[in-house]
Design a protein around this ligand. Structure first.
Ligand SMILES: NC(=O)c1ccc[n+]([C@@H]2O[C@H](COP(=O)([O-])OP(=O)(O)OC[C@H]3O[C@@H](n4cnc5c(N)ncnc54)[C@H](OP(=O)(O)O)[C@@H]3O)[C@@H](O)[C@H]2O)c1
Length: 283
């Protein structure tokens, strides 16, 4: 049995659909079981209640489970909220734990992902760490509304480059790791696309595919922060993204790896193809 936490999210939904082509021994840990059941409408798998904040949900979710995939929900900034779940993985002798981490955490102690990785290692779990770069889906959420309504790309990345990856590619890699287990024990995979773009280039690609001019506004970090908070985004969430864009400006988002191609035996999704496939989200 494989337990998935975060299966309704950007990455989790692709882990699920990819796994379903080979197995139905899947249990979803859901914040709201009824809502998730209705939303996904997949009767062949199990659904159990799960909330990182409610430790009483852990035991039932982990019963008879061999492998676990989990994410750190973006709303949970404090990594210590996740530690009791990692303790439960240890207590239940889970064979394989896959954690959705973040590119560069091995060199950067500030994001919670690095602390969670350390805690997993401290508990001597058999792990695979998945460390993706910026998701292409960020262009839809949180930046899609600006693109849609104002034909603007409002990201404080200056002239720096970013090697985006599609959540679908990440999800497929994670599914391979879950299914081929031993091959991926004690590995940390940095996942990227195949090309690093400036946001000028991203705006040009959007303009080309959507057939309307999208302007990269190149805001300052504070200007971006004000803009996002004014648009209703949570302050803490915006502060985390400001930090990530400071790192991006320093050149940390532009690296490229071949891991997606090696594991999936196909090239990563290009940004142009992603925009083409998701055109409706931008108009
Ligand atoms: N965006 C990027 O560019 C990027 C890049 C690298 C790494 N990451 C990391 O990726 C992670 C986010 O992944 P994602 O985008 O796939 O997630 P997402 O789309 O934001 O979805 C969050 C998921 O977490 C679940 N969830 C929320 N609160 C929960 C709780 N208290 N207990 C259990 N489950 C809960 C949600 O379930 P419900 O639907 O039931 O609420 C949902 O399935 C973050 O840690 C982020 O830092 C993001």
């Amino acid at each position: 049995m494989i337990l998935l936490i975060g299966a309704t999210g950007n990455v989790g939904k692709h882990v699920l659909s990819s796994l379903l082509t080979e197995t139905t021994d899947i249990r979803l840990g859901c914040y709201d079981v009824n809502e998730t059941k209705t939303q996904l409408n997949i009767p062949t798998i199990e659904y159990v209640p799960f909330d990182f904040y409610d430790q009483t949900t852990y035991k039932v979710a982990l019963k008879d489970v061999q492998s676990v995939f989990f994410i750190r929900p973006p709303q949970i900034g404090d990594p210590s909220i996740i530690y009791p779940f990692i303790d439960a993985l240890k207590e239940q002798n889970i064979q394989h734990t896959i954690f959705l981490s973040l590119m560069g955490v091995e060199k950067n102690p500030i994001p919670p992902h690095g602390k969670i990785e350390k805690y997993i290692k401290k508990q001597q779990l058999t792990y695979t760490f998945i460390r993706p770069g910026f998701f292409m889906e960020n262009l839809i959420h949180p930046h899609g509304q600006d693109i849609k309504d104002y034909h603007q790309l409002v990201v404080p990345a200056g002239k720096s480059k970013t090697n985006f990856i599609a959540a679908k590619d990440i999800g497929e890699v994670i599914a391979r790791c879950l299914l081929e287990k031993e091959l991926h024990y004690h590995k940390a995979y940095t996942l990227t696309g195949d090309y690093a773009y400036t946001y000028e280039e991203v705006a040009a690609l959007l303009s080309d595919v959507l057939e309307k001019e999208i302007i990269y506004t190149k805001p300052s970090l504070l200007g971006y922060r004000r803009h996002m908070i004014k648009n209703g985004f949570d302050k803490k969430y915006v502060n985390v993204t400001v930090f990530l864009y400071i790192m991006t400006r320093l050149g940390t988002a532009k690296d490229r790896t071949d891991t997606v191609k090696t594991i999936l035996q196909r090239p990563p999704t290009s940004l142009k193809k992603f925009i083409e496939e998701n055109q409706l989200s931008f108009i």
